[in-house]
Design a protein around this ligand. Sequence first.
Ligand code: F6R
Length: 244
Amino acid sequence: MELKIYKDHHHLSDAAANAIIELLKNKPDAVVCLASGETPRLTCRLFVEKALQQKTDTRLFTFIGLDEWVGIPPSNDGSCHYFFQQELIQPLGISSGQVYLFDALSKDPEEECRKMDKTILDKGGIDLVIVGIGMNGHIGFNEPGVSFENYSHVINLDETTITVGQKYFKTATTLQKGITLGLKHLQQSKKVLLLANGAKKAGVIQKTVEGRVGNDFPASIMQTLDQGFVMVDEEAASLLGQRK
Ligand code: F6R
């Protein structure tokens, strides 16, 4: 794992956006997976801006959504689906055949998981995955206690996720389960970027980078990934002892 510290959220997001652009230049049919949420929103916007400016070919890559709130329809502006539509799919005109998102309304969520795992396998694996980190150390909806060996799965959301998750919704919303790629996918991805910004993420970044590796704090898995980069701004890095 490598730690990279940037001046602020903008510089961090710029670097993450460049990573997607570079990948698509070298491998136009790459498989890219992104989280939604506050952290990667600017990365998405900068990626779209750069891709349009530089006329990057975005017709061949495969886009995979990291996770979704079970039971929340895509029309709900708090859903991950809605985020991806607004921030990536519509602005870049990405065709539906390139996009794989969990159907949170599926009658058979387990089947959704198997479909997603098969898609990833059939496409030769994920080239680049960009994730955020929750206030409980989750990645995607890999909540504390999750197995590092999981592929896609449905999971009961942790209390912290249910409470913090309200920030995405205009009105109080019942959140119970998530559907998510697993940490095994992260381990098998060719490159993993974990982004965090702001002072409120300083504690979880310290645990991610300097804490004991274990499934009670899923993001600690980053320490085990040779292809993993923890990319943070100065505020999120402020509790790191190793910072020079
Ligand atoms: C969302 C996701 C979550 C978020 C995390 C941080 O798709 O996978 O794990 O990345 O909860 O959320 P923000 O960026 O809103 O602080």
